[in-house]
Design a binder for this molecule. Structure first.
Ligand code: ATP
Ligand code: MG
Length: 230
């Protein structure tokens, strides 16, 4: 079964002569456990698509189903709750809370719901991210790669079935990019998570199972990537 499906998704920003058709009747189906990369020129609608899938913003027209639930018809409170539990989002600029230490930044989605993270689960994630020694540090005391690992921890804490990542390696050097990519792959395998990752880097894109190319708000190519020769 598909975990995520869009039907004729359109997003129009602005009005009059400022109107931008960022997504144009985009229909898409993604299966549970798939690791999908999205590439395409700047301004082609990649981030817009991710914002719609993560219900950060609403489509102008069309529907979005996540595990059969139509999220496009939810109200704000419903969609915020649904998102926190089911979808983890990772941004290029990390978006950590500067006044919270690493432990609290990672636990944030649960703290917002008044839930305490399970100790064992928490330590498993910290271990995997290599952040054991940094729990009491604040974001400005961390390197970019470490900050992105904290953001991944925050996206993983609820073990959401879907991770949306908007250029997660965009601010990192090649060594740190590799580490982040490996972590996403591990999380994809270990939790059978569905991952959708935007990237400008073709090599990063080719490490996914499937690669979508978006141009002018439309999917113009949809390729399965074989890793047999690696
Ligand atoms: N809030 C907004 N208001 C008006 N126009 C917007 C808004 N957000 C995006 N756009 C426009 O929508 C189009 C798609 O933008 P989007 O951010 O989705 O592109 P992108 O593919 O993510 O580009 P990049 O690779 O540069 O991040 C662009 O033409 C952009 O200018
Ligand atoms: Mg973008």
């Amino acid at each position: 079964m598909d975990i995520l499906r869009t039907e004729n998704l359109s997003k129009i920003y602005g009005v009059g002569d400022k109107k931008v058709n960022a997504l144009d009747n985009l229909s898409l189906e993604i299966m549970k456990g798939e690791f999908v990369s999205i590439i395409g020129p700047s301004g082609s609608g990649k981030s817009t698509l991710l914002h719609m899938l993560g219900s950060v913003d609403r489509p102008t027209e069309g529907k979005i189903y996540i595990e059969g639930t139509d999220i496009s018809s939810m109200n704000e409170t419903e969609s915020a709750l649904f998102r926190r539990k089911n979808i983890g989002i990772i941004y290029q600029a990390y978006n950590l809370i500067p006044t919270l230490n690493v432990e609290k930044n990672i636990s944030l989605p649960m703290l917002l719901d008044g839930v305490k993270p399970d100790k064992e689960e928490f330590h498993k994630i910290i271990e995997m991210l290599g952040l054991n020694e940094r729990l009491n540090h604040f974001p400005n005391q961390l390197s970019g790669g470490q900050q992105q690992r904290v953001a991944i921890g925050r996206a993983l804490i609820y073990k959401p079935s879907i991770i949306l990542a908007d250029e997660p390696t965009g601010n990192l050097d090649s060594k740190n990019s590799k580490i982040i990519l490996e972590l996403l792959k591990r999380s994809n395998k270990e939790y059978n998570q569905t991952i959708i990752m935007i990237t400008h880097d073709e090599e990063v894109a080719l490490s996914a199972d499937r690669m979508l190319t978006i141009i002018d708000g439309k999917v113009v190519s949809d390729k399965v990537i074989s890793h047999e020769n690696y």
